[in-house]
Design a protein around this ligand. Structure first.
Ligand code: COA
Length: 244
């Protein structure tokens, strides 16, 4: 395995290879966050140099991206989570201010090569962008992969769970802490996804006949359905980690 990293936009990539890289790993509903969608186009354009692909012998095996924002280093000043990081990065850019903190917002590893440390390679490459972009700090709103198995557990409790060896129970948090990151705080409102009952039924493959809270596939917490108002609201919890 010979790993290299480069910006995603560095060259044209065969669409089938990219499709394979990004295939799977995310629940459908995560792609229907209206507020995030409002920001993503500009974010991807403005910060395209912060979107990286990890190549193994020239074949994409992982990808990740980050944004620069301003953060004073205190828990109180952390963005609410993923979506708010996008909003803050745009605000900072539009105000003409330099970012001082790099927020790593997503990493994806091709599904057939997971569990081999490639996410660590992507995170390390992203983290290495901090210096060149003038950022002294690096943070990450982590989407804990194991949390979907414990949707009823509050995120602040889940974030404290460890294995007998003292490492975090969640494998994705563990990948970060092994790279030297430490848990800063829960991010209970990292993303808010709202849809009609029919939309949620399509996104989840379930039916929601009554008003109430529902456990949904790959949901890190429950979905609240209000049949009379014809809405379903899911508030995604993440965990803030600090790398630098
Ligand atoms: C989360 C993700 C990036 C981790 O990538 P990865 O390259 O598999 O990460 P690692 O190799 O560091 O593995 C991390 C841990 O998860 C375990 N793991 C990862 N994939 C696994 C799998 N398919 N089966 C079993 N265990 C797995 C690894 O064994 C490791 O555990 P360990 O600490 O006991 O060694 C990857 O699973 C992924 O792309 N998921 C979909 C997108 C996503 O959820 N991204 C994260 C939110 S930004």
């Amino acid at each position: 395995m010979t790993l290299t990293t480069e910006p995603m936009h560095a060259r044209q990539r065969p669409p089938d290879r990219l499709a394979r890289l990004f295939d799977g790993g995310w629940p459908e509903f995560i792609h229907h966050d209206a507020e995030t969608d409002r920001y993503l186009g500009r974010v991807r354009e403005l910060f395209r140099d912060l979107e990286l692909v990890v190549l193994d012998d020239d074949v994409p095996v992982a990808a990740g991206w980050a944004v620069p924002l301003r953060w004073d280093g205190t828990v109180g000043d952390l963005p609410a989570g993923y979506t708010d990081s996008l909003a803050r990065a745009l605000r900072v850019h539009d105000a003409g201010e330099p970012g001082d903190t790099l927020a790593m917002l997503a990493v994806q590893v091709r599904s057939d090569v997971r569990g081999r440390g490639l996410a660590g390679a992507a995170l390390t490459a992203l983290r290495d962008l901090a210096g060149p972009t003038g950022c002294a700090r690096v943070i990450c709103p982590v989407r804990p992969t194991l949390k979907a198995r414990y949707p009823l557990t509050p995120i602040d409790r889940f974030a404290t769970w460890t294995r007998p060896d003292g490492e975090p129970l969640d494998p994705w948090i563990r990948t970060h802490t092994r790279l030297g990151a430490r848990i800063l705080a829960p991010a209970p409102r990292s993303q808010v996804i709202t849809g009609t009952v029919a939309e949620w039924e399509t996104w989840t493959g379930m039916v929601f006949p009554d008003t109430g809270d529902y456990v949904i596939p790959d949901g890190l917490t429950t979905l609240r359905v209000d049949v009379a108002a014809d809405t379903g609201v899911y508030v995604e919890p993440n965990v803030w980690l600090r790398h630098l």
